[in-house]
Design a protein around this ligand. Structure first.
Ligand code: CP3
Length: 346
C-alpha cells in the first residue's frame, strides 16, 4: 500500500522540515466523547472493548476524519494498553484508569513481562490496517506513553495529585526506578515498531507527567528511556514526535532524546521555544479550554498561536493537551478552518 509522503501530506512535510502552503492540524484525543457519534459507539461497548476490537477502534479513529478537515489521524487506543499483557490490566470502568493493586515493590516490577506486540497487541495492528486501507491518503499516527508517565500510572495505581509513590521510589531506590523505566521503554519501543510496520506514518510519545520532576531528575530518569525509544524507531524512517506536558525547562534534554519534533503544552509561547530549538519543528499549543470561549477569542488566539508557530522550523497546529469531553464539535470545526486560512506574514 502506498503511504502518504511529505509531497502528499502537509503534516509529513512539516515534520520533514519543509514549509507546505497549508498549515497542518490534528488534535490530541480527537477520537473521543465530545463527538456524539463516539458516544453512540461507547454506549454499546466499554472503553477496553473499544480498544481491543479492531473494527470499533478503527471506526472511532475514522469518525473525526469524516467530520473534520484534519491533516492526520491518531489510532484509537491508550498509552496504558500495552501494560495489560505485561501483567498490569487497568480498569477504566470507574472513570479514570485504576489498578486494583498498584505496583510498589521491586518484585512486582520484575514480574512485569516483556511481550511480543504482534502476539499480545495484534488488535492494534489490525485496527491500523483497517484505518489506513479506508483512508490511505491521511497519515495515521501511532503512539505510546513515555516511560515516566507509564511508571507513574503503575506505581500510583491511577491518576495522582502529588505523585508521591513514584517520586518516593525515585528518591529512595533510584536503581529500581531506572530498571522499571528501562523495561517500559523496551515495551513501548516494540509497540511503536509494530504500529509503524502496520501502517502508521508517524509516532508520538506522550509524556503527560513530564512536569513532575526537577529538571536534573528529568534528565537523569526520564530522558534515557525516551532516547532509547527514539533510537529504536530511527531505522524505520518515520517522524517521531515527543509531547511533553509541563517542564519546558527540560527543553535541552527533550532535544537530546533524538525526537524529530516537540509537542508543547499551552503554558509556553512557541516563539520562545523556537528560539531555544531553532531547527526543530514544533507542535501545539492552544489551551484546549479556549474552545469553550467565544468564537472571536477562538479565532484570535488560534491566529496568535499560528504567528508564534511561524517562528519555528515548522509548525503542526495542535492543542496543548487533549480536547475536553465537553467541547462543542463546532468549536473544533472553527479552529480547523481558522488554522487552514491563516497566512504567514512574511
Ligand atoms: O488522541 C486520540 O484521539 C487517540 C486516543 C488516545 C486516548 N488516550 C483515548 C482515550 C490517546 C492518544 C490517549 C493517551 C493517554 N491516555 C494519555 C496521554 C495523553 C494525555 O491525555 O495526557 C494518558 C495519560 C492516558 C490515560 C488515560 N486514558 C486517562 C487518564 C483516561 C481517563 C480520563 C479521560 O480523559 O477520560 C483514559 C481514558 C481514555 N483514553 C478515553 C479516551 C477516548 C476516555 C474513554 C471513555 O470513552 O470513557
Amino acid at each position: 500500500m502506498t503511504r502518504p509522503t511529505p509531497e502528499s501530506s502537509p503534516f509529513l512535510a512539516v515534520l520533514a522540515g519543509r514549509r507546505p502552503s497549508r498549515r497542518p492540524i490534528w488534535v490530541m484525543r480527537q477520537a473521543g466523547r465530545y463527538l456524539p457519534e463516539y458516544r453512540k459507539v461507547r454506549e454499546t461497548a466499554s472503553f477496553h472493548t473499544m480498544c481491543t476490537t479492531p473494527e470499533l477502534a478503527a471506526e472511532v479513529t475514522l469518525q473525526p476524519l469524516r467530520r473534520f478537515d484534519l491533516d492526520a489521524g491518531i489510532i484509537f487506543s491508550d498509552i496504558l494498553t500495552p501494560l495489560g499483557p505485561m501483567g498490569a490490566e487497568f480498569d477504566f470502568s470507574q472513570g479514570g484508569p485504576k489498578l486494583t493493586a498498584p505496583l510498589r515493590e521491586e518484585r512486582a516490577f520484575e514480574a512485569l513481562e516483556l511481550v511480543e506486540p504482534r502476539e499480545e497487541l495484534g488488535f492494534v495492528a489490525e485496527a491500523i490496517g483497517l484505518v489506513t486501507s479506508e483512508r490511505p491518503e491521511i497519515p495515521l499516527i501511532g503512539f505510546g506513553g513515555a516511560p515516566l508517565t507509564l511508571a507513574s500510572y503503575l506505581v500510583e495505581g491511577g491518576g495522582s495529585k502529588d505523585f508521591r509513590h513514584i517520586k518516593a521510589l525515585i528518591y529512595s531506590r533510584p536503581e529500581v526506578a531506572v530498571a522499571l523505566l528501562d523495561k517500559l521503554a523496551e515495551q513501548v519501543a516494540r509497540h511503536l515498531e509494530m504500529q509503524v510496520e502496520a501502517g502508521c506514518s508517524a509516532v508520538q510519545v506522550f509524556d503527560s507527567w513530564a512536569g513532575i520532576l526537577h529538571t536534573d531528575d528529568y534528565r537523569r530518569f526520564a530522558v534515557p528511556g525516551i532516547a532509547k525509544i527514539m533510537a529504536r524507531l530511527a531505522p524505520l524512517g518515520v517522524p517521531r514526535i515527543l509531547f511533553s506536558k509541563g517542564g519546558l525547562t527540560n527543553l535541552p534534554w527533550l532535544l537530546e532524546t533524538g525526537a524529530d519534533a516537540l509537542s508543547l503544552d499551552w503554558t509556553c509561547d512557541l516563539a520562545d521555544a523556537a528560539e531555544r530549538a531553532p531547527r526543530t519543528p514544533l507542535q501545539g499549543n492552544l489551551d484546549p479550554v479556549v474552545l469553550h470561549g467565544s468564537e472571536t477569542e477562538i479565532v484570535r488566539r488560534a491566529e496568535a498561536v499560528c504567528r508564534s508557530g511561524d517562528r519555528a522550523a515548522g509548525h503542526v497546529f495542535n492543542l496543548g493537551h487533549g480536547i475536553l469531553t465537553e467541547t462543542p464539535p463546532e468549536a473544533l470545526a472553527l479552529l480547523i478552518d481558522t488554522v487552514h486560512r491563516h497566512q504567514p506574514e512574511d
